[in-house]
Design a protein around this ligand. Sequence first.
Ligand SMILES: Nc1nc2c(ncn2[C@@H]2O[C@H](COP(=O)(O)OP(=O)(O)O)[C@@H](O)[C@H]2O)c(=O)[nH]1
Ligand SMILES: Nc1ncnc2c1ncn2[C@@H]1O[C@H](COP(=O)(O)OP(=O)(O)O)[C@@H](O)[C@H]1O
Length: 206
Amino acid sequence: MDYPGNLFVVAAPSGAGKSSLVKALLELDSQVQPSVSHTTRPPRGQEKHGREYFFVSAQEFDQMVLAGSFVEWAHVHGKRYGTSKKMIEDRIAQGADVILEIDFQGALQIKRIFANAVLVFILPPSWEELRSRLERRGEDAPHVIELRLQNAAEEMAKATEFDFVIINELFERALFDLKAIVHAQRLKYSAQRRARAETFEALHIP
Ligand SMILES: Nc1nc2c(ncn2[C@@H]2O[C@H](COP(=O)(O)OP(=O)(O)O)[C@@H](O)[C@H]2O)c(=O)[nH]1
Ligand SMILES: Nc1ncnc2c1ncn2[C@@H]1O[C@H](COP(=O)(O)OP(=O)(O)O)[C@@H](O)[C@H]1O
């Protein structure tokens, strides 16, 4: 499918820093809009319904699956998470750039549907640092942190299937890399559209 806006997908193991990086990007770049997913996991301390996620019951999630409302959805860390079709299609059709913060299963599904989507994987600098970031964040119970660390190895093995990998050691450096990817994709896409318009004009295709 071809839309005027770009689609960026950021995935990472829990605690690698993807939410912090995406939040910082959104503050710097008003052309990028977030996609707010639906989830069956409970909200954390400061999270608000409709801002970080739409927090829904398992039944509400089932209804959305049955209604075909998700462009992708997946089981992650024992809960379900999904991206609503309307949320992204409306925005990229209007020319906005949309960024999805989803897991690797969702990212690979998105790439099958939107071939132009740019997939970025965020890695932590080390296992020790990943654990200490999850502990310092202080939002998850110890057993939840253990489950997230157990899942991290399988998730990180998928990094090779992504278009870009960023190592989030120094935050500002990682943010610079993410901004550069967004900028490069915009330039590439606008050059492609210009070339196509010129070809159509030369061939007298309206
Ligand atoms: N497939 C899919 N994954 C999602 C979606 N929304 C969030 N996730 C992923 O679910 C995982 C857990 O997210 P969350 O509970 O917020 O924990 P965090 O990764 O520690 O911030 C992360 O890998 C998210 O990227 C979605 O709509 N679809
Ligand atoms: N480069 C970094 N150096 C040190 N701490 C970081 C860095 N990036 C993020 N953090 C911190 O690590 C914790 C996890 O980050 P978060 O963005 O919530 O990760 P994710 O969304 O990938 O689960 C947060 O407390 C965040 O402030």
